[in-house]
Write a protein that binds this ligand. Structure first.
Ligand code: CA
Length: 174
């Protein structure tokens, strides 16, 4: 799969997300802003996490996406196995249908979970957010999840974390 082929499903997910934000605060959605200008070459500005039948994470960048950037997501589950899952990909590049099981903020999986329904999007020709969508079934049907995001420029080594370096965002229950 290429990390841009998500059009129809992404549009549906966005519509649901905006409806949730337009009403009262939804327990299954969170978003948080990251400062703009706190990093060069890569600069996360906003993260939104929706926890429904899938966990969908959308990340806005304050600078254009470009080749040589790596987008890393850690999803930690809060019930049952309580694992941390790792997904990383580059814009307009191949993407494997599996999740890595790692220590929090680790990048070297001890094992992999096959996840045929996982979707990723990062398109340098679009201003759409960088996004992943992971079915809950791949995560062990967790009661809650929390997410950390790191955008990195592999040439310069610049990195921007959200919400903070090696820190998870708030728990998002389903
Ligand atoms: Ca930032």
């Amino acid at each position: 799969m290429v990390a841009t082929r998500w059009a129809a499903r992404a549009a549906a997910a966005c519509a649901v997300g905006f409806m949730a934000m337009g009403g009262t605060a939804a327990a299954d959605t969170t978003r948080y802003d990251d400062p703009i200008g706190d990093s060069t070459e890569v600069d996360v500005s906003r993260v939104r996490v929706v926890h429904r039948d899938a966990v969908t994470v959308r990340v806005r960048s304050a600078v254009p996406l470009a080749a040589g950037q790596l987008y890393t997501f850690w999803i930690q589950t809060g019930r049952g196995a309580g694992r941390t899952y790792h997904v990383a990909f580059r814009a307009n590049s191949d993407f494997e249908d599996r999740l890595g099981v790692v220590r929090p903020f680790g990048r070297h999986p001890t094992r992999f979970v096959e996840c045929p329904g996982v979707r990723a999007r990062a398109d340098i020709f679009s201003d759409a957010p960088v996004a992943i969508r992971v079915p809950r079934s791949c995560l062990g049907e967790p009661g809650r999840v929390r997410v950390a995001v790191r955008f990195a420029d592999e040439t310069t080594g610049a990195a921007d974390w959200a919400p903070e370096r090696r820190t998870f965002g708030p728990w998002v229950t389903r």
